[in-house]
Write a protein that binds this ligand. Structure first.
Ligand code: URA
Length: 230
């Protein structure tokens, strides 16, 4: 059903009020602000007006997964195993990944059906640090940290990356904290120095840290106290 019909069918709003609610950007469907009166409301859509929930939608679900190497961060893939294949859960079509990882990157992957939660985690504006353990082919030098802290120009997107913190751990290993998730961002940052990333592992996203005892390929549901941290 169209959102304008859905709202004007409720006793509390007439058509004129519904128009004003939409123009005033006060209506959200599944966490996204809606201004289009034709936007669809489905059986399991969550509908909010000024933060009041008018239709609850599906119960929200949140999982932490330890992504193994050789696995695609997609909901479907014709060739390879996907991270969703690792989940033994019903209604997997409803779930999405908050912040993809490359095929051979390992570590923390968050999976949910709550779009506004995953947007908060991944939007650069939220500035939530994503922390990676990195191993490189060539030795790391003192130039890397100040260059990453200043930001690197990415020609394809025509943007400069936000300041990133690099901590050297060994001659060819480091911990890198970034607040964005641009396409192949970490590999491109080290690529600036013609240095290939040989191992990449995400340790944390904002306040959520991969459990040290969660084996690669395993997952668990997040608790309410973890969900509300984001
Ligand atoms: N940056 C990359 O280059 N790859 C990843 O998988 C994650 C961040």
């Amino acid at each position: 059903m169209r959102v304008d019909r859905f709202l004007s069918n409720l006793p509390r709003f007439n058509r004129q009020q519904v128009r004003l609610l939409l123009v005033g950007r006060r209506v959200r469907i599944d966490g996204q602000t809606i201004t289009d009166p034709h936007a669809p409301v489905r059986e399991f859509s969550r509908v909010e007006v000024d933060g009041d929930v008018l239709q609850a939608g599906r119960p929200a679900r949140y999982f932490m997964l330890h992504k193994p190497p050789g696995c695609v961060s997609a909901t479907r893939d014709p060739q390879h195993r996907t991270v969703l294949d690792l989940l033994d859960e019903p209604d997997k079509d409803d779930l999405h990944i908050a912040g993809r990882l490359d095929f051979n990157t390992t570590g923390l992957m968050l999976i949910t059906n709550d779009g506004s939660w995953s947007r908060r985690l991944t939007q650069p504006q939220t500035k939530l640090p994503k922390v990676y353990y990195v191993e490189t082919e060539q030795p790391l030098t003192a130039e890397y940290a100040p260059t990453f802290a200043k930001g690197l120009y990415f020609g394809f997107e025509d943007l400069t990356t936000q300041p990133a913190q690099l901590t050297l751990l060994g001659p060819k290993s480091a911990r890198l904290s970034i607040v964005e998730g641009r396409y192949h961002q970490v590999k491109r940052m080290f690529g600036h120095f013609n240095n290939k990333v040989l191992r990449l592992h995400r340790e944390s996203m904002g306040p959520l840290v991969l459990d040290s005892d969660l084996e690669p390929g395993c997952y668990r549901a997040l608790g309410p106290e973890e969900i509300c941290l984001v």
